[in-house]
Design a protein around this ligand. Structure first.
Ligand code: NAD
Ligand code: ZN
Ligand code: ZN
Length: 390
């Protein structure tokens, strides 16, 4: 079959690789009809995330048709069913899964020992996302093996297009969880850094969850325009002071809720902290650029909440922790517990409250995927979200 394969920094190729097969009775094989490139894939493309190996198949946002089901998954899934596959693989039986903490499932990461050593405790297995999260082949491919398939799926009812439901596997619940974990109150201002696909889903989620005011920050004109179309007030960080504008828009109080939908590759105008981050990252003295985190800590209203869906991989430097402690800020973060949210979000799509396909700007064949990684990363051609058709 054809698949997008990681070969090294900024080197992804469409290769011919062996078809996957059932390896465990709880597996299923899915024929992929649509998949997408996620901002998290860019951290692998740019090789800021450790744990990739040459030959790894990319992709963790995908859907398709079930073509084979292992003996122990047969009660839950049937050949011919249409499913979205969540990027977090969960067993449904461990202590964390029973609490709904699917992205920290205790059993789905088959490289548990290595992850235990690095993080203290292993987190869940993820598709197409480094050997620290199980080294599972991803879904930017014609076929994919889904482990723990009896749990790791979302069944899609008839009448909905791939484009309407594909993002249930990642960015829609990610934006939703980012907003939900802010416990938004009707008097709240929610400020969201980053208007990429995750930021866009976060903006619409914060509005659906009843925020008084949503403010979105980026520097890419078409992303800021899409944020405004979604109901946000926008700040262009290349041309305006984020801190000054946020204070202006909140009567000097600062936003109650601050969301980092940027992650470890934050850009910044030439502030002292961002120059230092770039230098340290180049010298491998820190792995992640923390500019957005510092800005959120500074501007957030005391007793407010910082919610962090943006991915960080390792070490950050010069974080003013004393400021956060004295301001009494609450931190919420993590990979998304996808299936915790999907029943509700699927219903909202069916009811027409939201159609997540608004974010798609490019649809191409799988073979054109390698070029689209670059287009998406460099924000060329107005690119906001890419869907690939195997
Ligand atoms: N927690 C999860 O489960 C989960 C799931 C999906 C994605 N993510 C992460 O979410 C983040 C965003 O993903 P995406 O798909 O939207 O990616 P993206 O790279 O398209 O979006 C990031 C956006 O942030 C903007 N940005 C950069 N520096 C900024 C700054 N200083 N202030 C404001 N905006 C800034 C960029 O211009 C870009 O538009 C990534 O880190 C990704 O890994 C996390
Ligand atoms: Zn993702
Ligand atoms: Zn589990």
């Amino acid at each position: 079959m054809k698949a997008l394969v990681w070969h090294g920094t900024a080197d992804i190729r469409c290769d011919t690789v062996p078809d996957p097969g059932i390896e465990h009775p709880r597996d299923a094989i899915v024929k992929v009809t649509s998949c997408a490139i996620c901002g998290s894939d860019l951290h692998l493309y740019d090789h800021f995330m450790p744990g990739m190996e040459k030959g790894d198949i990319m992709g963790h946002e995908f859907m398709g048709e079930v073509v084979e089901v292992g003996a122990e998954a047969k009660g839950a899934l049937k050949v011919g069913e249409r499913v979205v596959v969540p990027f977090t693989i969960w067993c449904g039986e461990c202590d964390q899964c029973r609490r709904g903490n699917y992205s920290v499932c205790e059993r789905s990461n088959r490289n548990k020992a290595a992850a235990d050593k690095l993080f203290g405790h292993a987190t869940a297995g993820l598709f197409g996302y480094t050997h620290l999260t199980g080294g599972y082949a991803g879904g930017q491919a014609e076929y994919v093996r889904v482990p723990f398939a009896d749990k790791t799926h979302v069944k899609i009812p008839e009448g909905l297009s791939d484009e309407q439901v594909l993002f249930l596997g990642d960015i829609f619940p990610t934006g939703w969880q980012a907003a939900a974990q802010c416990d938004i109150e009707p008097t709240d201002t929610v400020a969201i850094w980053g208007c990429g696909p995750v930021g866009q889903m976060t903006i619409r989620s914060a509005i659906l969850l009843g925020a008084r005011q949503v403010i979105a920050i980026d520097q890419v004109p078409e992303r800021l325009a899409m944020a405004r179309a979604g109901g946000a007030v926008t700040i262009d960080f290349a041309n305006e002071s984020v801190v000054e504008r946020l204070n202006e828009l909140t009567g000097g109080k600062g936003p109650e809720k601050c969301i980092d939908a940027v992650g470890m590759e934050a850009h910044a105008t030439a502030t002292l902290d961002s120059i230092m981050d770039r230098a340290k990252q180049a010298l491998m003295l820190e792995s992640d650029r923390a500019h957005v985190l510092r800005e959120m800590m500074y501007v957030c209203r005391p007793a407010g909440t910082l919610s962090i869906p943006g991915v960080y991989g390792g070490l950050i430097d010069k974080v003013p922790f004393g400021m956060a402690m004295n301001k009494g800020l609450t931190w919420r973060m993590g990979q998304t517990h996808v299936n915790r949210w999907t029943d509700d979000l699927l219903e909202r799509i069916q009811e027409g409250q939201i159609d997540p396909s608004f974010v798609i700007t490019h649809t191409v064949k799988l073979e054109d995927g390698p070029g689209m990684y670059k287009t998406f990363r460099d924000k060329q051609d107005g690119c906001i979200k890419v869907v690939l058709k195997p």
